[in-house]
Design a protein around this ligand. Structure first.
Ligand SMILES: C[S@@+](CC[C@H](N)C(=O)[O-])C[C@H]1O[C@@H](n2cnc3c(N)ncnc32)[C@H](O)[C@@H]1O
Length: 267
């Protein structure tokens, strides 16, 4: 892929998703775009670019973003956030809060929203307030896998035996063994496509907690600012925002105070 075509892909991806592709991403873009081109039987990068931009349905653009986005995630990643969540749910539950709304803003293949659901259900014990999770992502393929909710045994290692027994069903045997989430867990979560770089978002809120982790690293300050301000608008006063531990809100004006690293509260 020559520099000129890369710059055009870069602009297209930025406009459609807010993802900034730095010069170190040329090889990655090349590899991922080439995969789509092989499927379509297109040989020139410039022709594929034209194909994407001329597709009025935006279907190919969605598939291009699917192939460009990095979806690395895991069960109970950055576990300190789940300790905070457990404590909050407990406090709000003692205060007899009747309704809980959690938004997982870049949910990838589902490990994160399922962990949010399990943590909250465990913290609530036998009580059944009105509790829902919204899980969103820009990638339709990861959303599909999240809805399906089937995970290889190796991915399940951070999930305790008791949580596995309660919220998953084992499928297959030996190396083929996988774990599928129960309907009880899946039905708490609504999975929807949402582009975080294009607020305002259609949700009404107010949200009690927003997990927006390990996605802002792909955005520049302008996109991060728009996003954090919109998340703050959707949070209830006293609600919490969790970001990835390698991310920062430096330079962003928003009514948030730091509680601990990567944990913010709306003031
Ligand atoms: C590295 S994963 C992080 C997943 C999870 N939050 C975690 O911390 O493990 C980043 C996710 O952000 C999604 N993403 C990237 N740009 C996005 C955008 N503009 N809007 C919504 N999701 C986006 C990707 O599709 C990917 O699933």
């Amino acid at each position: 892929m020559n520099q000129h075509v890369f710059e055009q892909f870069k602009r297209l991806v930025y406009d459609a998703s807010g993802i900034t592709l730095g010069p170190q991403k040329v090889a990655l873009v090349n590899a991922r775009v080439s995969r789509r081109m092989r499927i379509l039987g297109i040989e020139e990068h410039a022709h594929y670019l034209q194909y994407v931009t001329e597709d009025e349905s935006s279907h190919e653009l969605v598939l291009l973003l699917d192939s460009i986005s990095t979806n690395v995630t895991s069960f109970f990643r950055e576990p300190a956030h789940y300790d905070v969540l457990r404590k909050l749910i407990h406090e709000w539950d003692i205060a007899q809060q009747p309704r809980f709304r959690i938004w997982c803003a870049a949910s990838s293949t589902g490990e994160e929203p399922y962990c949010l659901a399990m943590t909250t259900l465990e913290a609530l014990g036998r009580r059944h307030p009105d509790f829902r999770i919204l899980a969103t992502d820009i990638s339709t393929s990861v959303l599909q896998r999240a809805r399906e909710g089937t995970y290889a045994a190796v991915a399940m290692e951070p999930v305790s035996e008791s949580l596995r027994k309660k919220y998953f069903r084992v499928q297959g045997q030996g190396p083929e063994r996988s774990f599928k989430v129960t309907d009880e867990l899946r039905n708490i979560i609504s999975f929807n496509r949402l582009n975080l770089s294009a607020p305002p978002f259609p949700m009404k809120g107010p949200m009690d907690v927003v997990f927006c982790r390990n996605v802002m690293i792909y955005f520049d300050l302008a996109v991060r600012t728009r996003l954090v301000q919109e998340i703050t608008r959707l949070l209830k006063p006293g609600g919490y925002l969790m970001i990835g531990h390698s991310e920062s809100l430096t330079g962003i004006e928003a009514p948030l105070r730091v509680i601990q690293p990567a944990v913010y509260q709306k003031v």
